[in-house]
Design a protein around this ligand. Structure first.
Ligand SMILES: [Zn+2]
Length: 91
């Protein structure tokens, strides 16, 4: 069972959320931070059928895209475009 915990920014996060747990770390391994901006972090997934699988993660705890703030939503498209361009294999 997880619950809301307050971080230094005062924003609520779920204590049992892996993405938020990684976000709270002072230092992250390179695969957990392939890309980073104020709203989005891109991680290299492991144990996937295809090598190079990337995951785009919000920097704060959200359960669905409709919970994104306008600036977060506006930044998602450019991040998706950039990481897709970085992995052109298969085309
Ligand atoms: Zn979270």
């Amino acid at each position: 069972m997880g619950g809301h915990v307050a971080d230094n920014s005062g924003m609520a996060e779920y204590s049992d959320c892996l993405s938020c747990a990684v976000e709270r770390r002072a230092e992250r391994p390179p695969r957990e931070q392939v890309y980073l901006d104020p709203h989005w972090r891109v991680a290299h997934a492991f144990g996937t059928a295809q090598p190079g699988w990337l995951v785009v993660l919000p920097r704060r705890h959200v359960l669905a895209l409709d919970e994104l703030a306008p600036a977060e939503a506006a930044g998602l498209g450019p991040v998706l475009r950039a990481v897709t361009a970085a992995l052109p294999a298969g085309r």
